[in-house]
Design a protein around this ligand. Structure first.
Ligand code: NAD
Length: 250
C-alpha cells in the first residue's frame, strides 16, 4: 500500500458491500486511504482485493476486544485516523410481541453497541487530527412505523448518541454527525422489504423511488470533509423527501 504521512484516512465499518462499499470507493476517489472493516471475511477480502490504498480488517463491531484491536491495527498501519464512519448495521422486522429478547439484543449489539464501541476506541486518534465521526442511522430512527421496534429504536439511539458525541467532543475539534438514509436496494433492505413495502415507499417518497448506495455515500463523504467544518450534531436525512411528509408505511 503506497502512502504519504499527510494523506488523509478513513475507517468505514460494514465496508464489504452496500452503502459502506460505495462510501469506501468515494473516499478513495478523493485520495484518502481507507480501512475497510467487516465481520464477513470472505466478502471483505474479495472486495478489498480489487482496490488500492485500502486496509481490510475483519472485525465484529459488537465485540469490544475486536474493536480495540482493529483501531490499534489501523492507527499503526496508517499513522493517523481522520474519519470514522459507523455504517455496519443489521435489519430486523416483526411485531413487538414476536420480537424475542435475543433478536432485540442482536440488533442493539451491532447497530448501537457497535457505534459506541468503535467511536470510543477511535477518540484518542481522532483528537490528534480533529477528525470526524459519521454514524449511519435510518429514517426508521426518525419516525415510527409498524414492525420496526428493534431496528427503529436502535437507530433512534444512534441519533441521540451522535448528539452526545457532538456535545462532548467538540472541544477537541471532533465533529459528529448522522446520516439517516431512506430505502436503498441493498442486501439488508431487500431481505425485509416485501412488494407491499416497496410500493408503499414509492408512494410515500416525494421523489417516488429508492435511493442508491452512492447517493447516501456522497452525504457521508461531505460530512467527513472540511466543507462541513462548521456542521456537527446534525442528522441529515438522505431519503428522497420521505421525512418531510407525513405519509405512513404499512
Ligand atoms: P448491507 O447488509 O448491504 O451491508 C452491511 C454490512 O455490514 C455487511 O457487509 C455486513 O457484513 C456488515 N456487518 C453487519 N454487522 C456487522 C458487525 N457486527 N460487525 C462488522 N460488520 C458487520 O447493508 P446496507 O443497506 O449497506 O446498510 C448500511 C447501513 O445503512 C446500516 O447501518 C443500515 O441500517 C443503514 N440503512 C440502510 C438502509 C437501506 O435501505 N439499505 C436504510 C436506512 C439505513
Amino acid at each position: 500500500m503506497s502512502q504519504t504521512p499527510e494523506q488523509k484516512t478513513a475507517i468505514v465499518t460494514g465496508a464489504a458491500r452496500g452503502i459502506g462499499l460505495a462510501t469506501t470507493k468515494q473516499f478513495l476517489a478523493e485520495g484518502r486511504r481507507v480501512a475497510m472493516i467487516d465481520r464477513d471475511a470472505e466478502a471483505l477480502m474479495a472486495e478489498a482485493g480489487a482496490l488500492e490504498n485500502v486496509l481490510p480488517v475483519v472485525c465484529d463491531v459488537s465485540q469490544p476486544e475486536q474493536v480495540d484491536a482493529m483501531i490499534a491495527e489501523v492507527a499503526g498501519a496508517f499513522g493517523r485516523i481522520d474519519a470514522l464512519v459507523n455504517n455496519a448495521g443489521v435489519a430486523d422486522f416483526g411485531p413487538i410481541e414476536e420480537t424475542s429478547f435475543e433478536r432485540w439484543r442482536t440488533v442493539m449489539a451491532t447497530n448501537l453497541d457497535g457505534v459506541f464501541l468503535c467511536s470510543q476506541a477511535a477518540i484518542p486518534e481522532l483528537r490528534k487530527t480533529s477528525g470526524a465521526i459519521v454514524n449511519i442511522a435510518s429514517i426508521s430512527g426518525l419516525r415510527a412505523s409498524t414492525l420496526r421496534v428493534a431496528y427503529g429504536t436502535s437507530k433512534a439511539g444512534v441519533i441521540q448518541l451522535t448528539q452526545q458525541q457532538a456535545a462532548e467532543l467538540g472541544e477537541y475539534g471532533i465533529r459528529a454527525n448522522c446520516v439517516a438514509p431512506g430505502p436503498v436496494r441493498t442486501k439488508l433492505a431487500m431481505a425485509v422489504h416485501s412488494q407491499e413495502i416497496i410500493d408503499a415507499y414509492h408512494d410515500a417518497i416525494p421523489l417516488n423511488r429508492y435511493g442508491s448506495e452512492d447517493e447516501i455515500a456522497s452525504v457521508i463523504v461531505f460530512l467527513c470533509s472540511d466543507k462541513a467544518s462548521y456542521v456537527t450534531g446534525q442528522t441529515i436525512a438522505s431519503d428522497g423527501g420521505f421525512q418531510s411528509t407525513g405519509v405512513g408505511l404499512p
